[in-house]
Design a protein around this ligand. Structure first.
Ligand code: PGA
Length: 249
């Protein structure tokens, strides 16, 4: 079983969301997977109520604020996301960290908000190209993971991790299955040390960064890669269905 997640980013308004679910034709093998779509928050209600949405697909939001409510113009709370139909939340996506300056401290607060509202955080970690060139991959991703683990301490709820090397996101550059396996094994070893073997195995680690139908099966075949987080290729129902089928093999 693999987790196949689509991050729609700031794409797909209500009409496109309805069209996506009407056109999406998942094959039988996709049932072996956990399927997630993260629409923009304005399309979440439409996606949740869409009669054409395959019931195997769960929904999430791409970001939340850590406060339950208040004067935070433009923000969405965890409770609001849950009420609108989200079960999962992307936390610390690289675009949040690098475009909007989100820090590890804010990531931790958002994880805590997810935990208090029964939402499953999908915590994203990943290094930039210059950090990779400086040989700092492990230091960066473990620093991001440790901040997340502190926020998750004492919480038995589910969480997912996503390794998304920043240089591979939206660039067409994909990490090789070996690159992914190396980073995922570093993360898994830290999870085991922090949580114990059994609990670490239950935390899926997704790979993200230019995943497409042509490379999904190879990436999903790499050691410790339990799923994929797909941006651009998740906007097209045919390519999302192909990636979902690759995870079912
Ligand atoms: P991409 O995006 O597949 O378009 O590279 C992945 C992501 O940002 O989650």
């Amino acid at each position: 079983m693999a987790v196949i997640a689509g991050n729609w980013k700031m794409h797909m308004g209500a009409a496109q969301t309805r069209a996506f679910f009407a056109e999406l034709d998942l094959d039988e093998s996709a049932s072996k997977n956990e399927l997630l779509i993260f629409p923009p928050v304005s399309s979440l209600g439409v996606a949740a109520a869409c009669p054409d949405r395959d019931s195997r697909i769960q929904l999430g939001v791409q970001n939340i604020h850590w406060q339950d409510g208040g004067a935070f113009t433009g923000e969405t709370s965890a409770a609001m996301a849950a009420e609108a139909g989200a079960s999962h939340v992307l936390i610390g996506h690289s675009e949040r960290r690098h475009v909007f300056g989100e820090t590890n401290e804010e990531v931790a607060l958002k994880i805590a908000a997810c935990c208090s509202h029964g939402l499953v955080p999908v915590v994203c970690v990943g290094e930039t190209l210059s950090q990779r060139q400086e040989g700092r991959v492990d230091e960066v991703i473990l620093g991001q993971l440790d901040a997340a683990l502190q926020a998750l301490e004492g919480n038995d709820g589910r969480f997912l991790l996503a390794y998304e090397p920043v240089w591979a996101i939206g660039t067409g550059e994909t990490a090789t299955p070996d690159d992914a396996a190396n980073a995922h094994s570093t993360l898994r070893t830290r999870l085991e040390a922090a949580l114990g073997l059994a609990a670490a195995v239950r935390r899926p680690i997704l790979y993200g960064g230019s995943v497409k139908p042509s490379n999904a099966a190879d990436l999903l075949g790499a050691a410790n890669v339990d799923g994929v987080l797909v941006g651009g290729a998740s906007l097209d129902p045919r390519s999302f269905a192909e990636i979902a089928a690759a995870g079912g093999r």
